[in-house]
Structures are given as structure tokens and as C-alpha cells.
Design a protein around this ligand. Sequence first.
Ligand SMILES: C[S@@+](CC[C@H](N)C(=O)[O-])C[C@H]1O[C@@H](n2cnc3c(N)ncnc32)[C@H](O)[C@@H]1O
Length: 139
Amino acid sequence: MQAKLQDVDTVLQQSAALLDFSEPVAVMMVAILHFVPEEDDPRGIVNRYAEATAPGSYLIASHGTAEGPAGERVGQAAAQYEGKANYSAHLRTKEEFAAIVAAYELVEPGIDWTKSWRPDGALTSGEEVAIYAAVGRKD
Ligand SMILES: C[S@@+](CC[C@H](N)C(=O)[O-])C[C@H]1O[C@@H](n2cnc3c(N)ncnc32)[C@H](O)[C@@H]1O
């Protein structure tokens, strides 16, 4: 399927050919929400996917931010999108990301850096903290 995240009707209609929306499903918005500008209402978009899915469904989401120690470099990287892609990057704070995914009950540990969100093993040190992760359940 090729559709913008914002085109919720198309995504849901085409997904319905493969998925049974009366059963819980997982919606994955990985490294994509930061390409949705404020005027497109990212929270409203997430809400619509939440409303279309059955209780027990999950959202798996991540979001770029400039809040970490590499913030300046992340900001510079985001600026590279300007004029080079047909979308631009909108870095947001943890609080802003939380508001966008508020339709879901976040599972532990809530919003954390992708690399420290339930890591499989010991964490390595480093600055790769540019993206927040969250998993939420729709009750
Ligand atoms: C950083 S990649 C992440 C891809 C994938 N989710 C992953 O984790 O490997 C971002 C992708 O989102 C796509 N994209 C950007 N804005 C989008 C939008 N509004 N709707 C759908 N896809 C979009 C880009 O074309 C690109 O393929």
C-alpha cells in the first residue's frame, strides 16, 4: 500500500482487505510521526487509528527529538530534510510525543529512548539518543 499516514481512510480501507479490525491489531508508527507537521494534527491522526482498532490493540511508536545530548546534531540532521525531501522533520519533546499518543495506555517504561526501552542486553554508552519510543495499549 502507498498512502500517507495522514490519509487515514485509505490506510484503513486498504488494510481491511488483510486485517480483521474486530480483533486486536498492532499499529506501528516507527520513525514516521516526526514527519507529520502540527497543522496535520498528529494527535488527531493517532486518535483515528486508535478508534478504528479493537480493544486490546497496540500502538508501537517512535519520535525524533532534539532533547538528548546530541540535540544540536539532531537538529542539523532534521534541517537537511528541508528542500531535499517532499516532507520535513518536526522534532518534538517527550511531553509533545506523550500528548500525540495519549489515546493509548502506555506500557512500562512509558516513553524512553529507543535504545533503553526494554533493552535485550546491557546498554552500551554513547550518544545515540535522538528518538523516543513508546508502546501503548487501547483498552
Ligand atoms: C525513517 S523511515 C522509517 C521507515 C520504517 N517505519 C522503519 O522504521 O524502518 C521514514 C519513512 O516514512 C516515510 N514517510 C514520511 N512521511 C510520511 C507520511 N506522511 N506518510 C507515510 N509515510 C511517510 C518516508 O518515505 C520513509 O520511508
